[in-house]
Design a protein around this ligand. Structure first.
Ligand SMILES: Cc1ncc(COP(=O)(O)O)c(C=O)c1O
Length: 305
């Protein structure tokens, strides 16, 4: 396949049956490798989806050099940097100052202006700082992934349809999903529950957080539980929440790199920690469990020093 733009290479990511891990936990686990998207994460999808939506609504004009400002833990930022460079926009990104330094460097290399927010002000320090910047610069456009309906809609239109096509002859019993903006849990969860009404959706959160009761603490699992209940999250889809610790995730990330050779970041490993816990009681033996690998281990090597 020859693409005319990198943007056309977003999506159509492979699903892998993790056979060794499945055998170890007693359920059949399938993971969609979103890490293989351009920019290295599922966020490439929504970055492009939100940009195209803003163009359609007349907020952005392609090639205009308008400035987009967005709070991002890094992955949405990388997706936006790719799309902004190719579609002719400037980009300012606000990132918590305790997030991956590698991603900050990479975003600057793409040409984005990176502003760091004070992470001691809470998990959503970058969201608050980005709003401040937008108030000071009324011409800046904020796509606001936490509130933008184009975020879950992109997952309904792309990620979820790819999953339905891959699982044409195999039904999914359980979907295990991290929650940052809630975009992929909502978009994928809604479509999968419509296709398989008995499917259960489990959300994954860092120990000490209780997202559904609006309780948040600061934690080290980047991308999850950003300190508020995101507006795009459809809480009604969630059948249960599983709490995981950072050290469990780090160990799982290392283990799955050895046993399955799948590179995954800490928040992706969180899904597998949750599956291991659920498999000990809540899941029927042999159940078909679906989850996603959001990004690779490369941005998190400092967790392993
Ligand atoms: C590494 C990582 N994992 C998980 C998530 C959660 O995805 P979503 O925003 O669709 O809930 C994010 C979101 O920023 C992320 O960057």
């Amino acid at each position: 396949m020859i693409y005319t733009s990198l943007l056309e290479a977003i999506g159509r990511t492979p699903v892998v049956h993790l056979k060794r891990y499945s055998k170890a936990v007693g359920v059949e686990v399938y993971a969609k490798l979103e890490s293989l998207n351009p920019g290295g994460s599922h966020k490439a999808r929504i970055a492009l989806g939100m940009l195209l939506d803003a163009e359609q609504r007349g907020l952005l004009r392609r090639g205009s050099g308008q400035t987009i400002v967005e709070p991002s833990g890094g992955n949405t930022g990388i997706g936006l940097a790719i799309a902004a460079n190719l579609l002719g926009y400037r980009l300012w990104l606000v990132i918590p100052d305790n997030y991956s330094v590698e991603k900050q460097k990479l975003l600057r290399l793409y040409g984005a202006t990176v502003v760091l927010s004070d992470s001691t002000k809470g998990n959503n320090s970058h969201g608050e700082k980005a709003l401040e910047i937008q108030m000071e610069n009324p011409g800046f456009i904020m796509l606001n992934q936490q509130r933008n309906p184009a975020n879950p809609q992109t997952h309904r239109d792309t990620t979820a349809l790819e999953i339905l096509s891959d699982f044409e002859s195999l039904s999914i019993d359980v979907f295990v999903s991290g929650i940052g903006t809630g975009g992929h849990l909502t978009g994928v969860g809604e479509v999968l529950k419509t296709r398989w009404p008995k499917l259960s959706v489990y959300g994954v959160e860092p120990e000490g957080c209780d997202l559904l009761n609006d309780q948040h603490i600061s934690h080290g699992i980047q991308g999850l539980s950003v300190g508020l209940i995101p507006a795009v999250l459809n809480c009604d889809l969630i059948d249960g929440m599983v709490a995981v610790s950072e050290s469990e995730c780090v160990d799982m990330s290392r283990e799955l790199l050895h046993t399955e050779a799948i590179s995954m970041g800490i928040s992706s490993a969180a899904n597998f920690v949750a599956i291991s816990k659920l498999a000990k009681g809540d899941l029927s033996p042999g159940a078909t469990v679906f989850t996603m690998v959001y990004d690779g281990i490369e941005s998190y090597l400092n967790y392993f020093e």
